[in-house]
Design a protein around this ligand. Structure first.
Ligand SMILES: *[C@@H]1O[C@H](CO)[C@@H](O)[C@H](O)[C@H]1NC(C)=O
Ligand SMILES: *[C@@H]1O[C@H](CO)[C@@H](O)[C@H](O)[C@H]1NC(C)=O
Ligand SMILES: *[C@@H]1O[C@H](CO)[C@@H](O)[C@H](O)[C@H]1NC(C)=O
Ligand SMILES: *[C@@H]1O[C@H](CO)[C@@H](O)[C@H](O)[C@H]1NC(C)=O
Ligand SMILES: *[C@@H]1O[C@H](CO)[C@@H](O)[C@H](O)[C@H]1NC(C)=O
Length: 323
């Protein structure tokens, strides 16, 4: 099983921005999608499980058009509607693990007011959060510009950046806890947390509460954060590089830590340390590559031992539901 199966995103546009009121808009989106796929061609290929490679014969991606019988503003105005967000994201990728499954699915949903939702769902096998953003922004640029602007980024060049080193597949993170007892003092907060860290801390604390209730015992836990490697190593990994270009950063929490702020501090501190570490390594030499691999292997290790693994920084809220 692979972990965090897909990367998903839904964007909403009110009608003046990209009104698909004229029948030409939809074909335009489809056409620009085709153009961007010629440059990011692995997305249109198929994943071959046996060789952990992508067969690129332009097999294509999913492009779905849907209509909803509601106005965009009526949808967005109610917080209750958050539970329907998934309806704007297509799902037909990698479900059956068949080689025929596309690696990327897109869905354009039109509202009766002319507003539009663009939903994207891509396999995490070759796409990380940054890659998804690059894809979406390049699609937008290609769609917007009358005159073709060539995508000049390195695209899917990650196999050159990080040659394969025999790590075949990712472990599936599980909700477990270890019972190692290790007491550490708390420190006073001097950190600026990111929103992701603060939200992760809240979720982490909630999970610890659930665990306590379930086992009637307060246990230690660990949280794993993904750290984008682009721009963080001693050698340049271009921002628009595509692929899975991240390392992992594991944070431990002992039972003495109770406050959400303290958890957020820990998350922030360990990311800082990890980033400092990465900044000393080069992606183009073995030492740097091993540093990144080690962070992933050590997670594989601890997931068997049994920590909590909630990869934040991941735009995949599904993960938490599926645990
Ligand atoms: C994204 O695709 C995966 C795999 O097909 C699916 O399990 C998941 O439900 C999809 N996400 C949404 C929001 O439909
Ligand atoms: C990939 O990276 C290599 C080395 O940096 C470079 O020579 C090559 O042109 C890149 N490929 C693309 C498609 O950008
Ligand atoms: C550090 O935290 C402790 C306990 O939360 C508090 O009593 C103390 O005033 C704090 N010190 C500083 C310098 O903020
Ligand atoms: C930093 O790198 C050193 C040496 O590779 C390693 O022992 C240490 O655990 C790393 N620290 C972090 C926070 O990644
Ligand atoms: C995995 O865990 C074992 C036992 O805890 C330890 O001996 C080993 O060094 C760990 N390996 C890595 C790569 O962290």
């Amino acid at each position: 099983m692979s972990w965090l199966l897909t990367m998903m995103l839904a964007l909403f546009y009110s009608s003046p921005l990209i009104a698909i009121t004229t029948p030409t808009r939809l074909p335009q989106l489809e056409k620009s999608l085709g153009k961007i796929l010629t440059r990011l061609y692995p997305l249109a290929g198929r994943y071959v499980e046996e060789t952990h490679s992508v067969d690129c014969k332009d097999q294509g991606v999913e492009f779905i058009h849907a209509k909803v019988n509601i106005k965009l503003q009526d949808f967005l105005v109610s917080e209750e509607n958050v539970k329907f967000i998934d309806e704007f994201i297509p799902s037909k990728i990698g479900v059956t693990r068949q080689q025929s499954d596309p690696l990327l699915a897109t869905q354009v949903t039109t509202f009766i007011c002319g507003g539009v939702a663009i939903g994207v769902n891509a396999t995490h096998k070759i796409v990380d959060a940054s890659t998804l953003c690059t894809f979406v922004s390049e699609w937008a640029v290609t769609n917007r510009e009358e005159n073709e602007i060539e995508f000049k980024g390195p695209g899917f060049n990650s196999s050159i950046l990080f040659p394969g080193r025999g790590l075949s597949s990712m472990p599936c993170p599980v909700w477990e806890c270890n019972i190692k007892d290790e007491s550490k003092g708390t420190t006073n907060s001097t950190n600026q947390w990111s929103k992701v860290q603060l939200v992760s801390a809240i979720i982490w604390k909630t999970f610890m509460g659930i665990d306590l209730a379930k086992h009637n015992l307060q246990r230690d836990s660990k949280l794993v954060q993904a750290v984008n490697l682009r721009g963080k190593m001693a050698s340049l990994i271009p921002k628009t590089s595509c692929g899975n270009l991240f390392g992992l950063c594991t944070t431990e929490c002992t039972t003495t830590l109770e406050r959400t702020e303290e958890l957020a501090d820990r998350l922030s501190d360990s990311v800082k340390k990890t980033v400092t570490n990465y900044s000393k390594g080069r992606h183009d030499c073995e030492e740097g590559q091993v540093m990144v691999l080690d962070s992933i292997i050590s997670m594989t290790n601890i997931s068997r031992g049994g920590p909590i693994l909630v990869p934040p920084g991941s735009p995949d809220p599904q993960y938490l539901k599926k645990k």
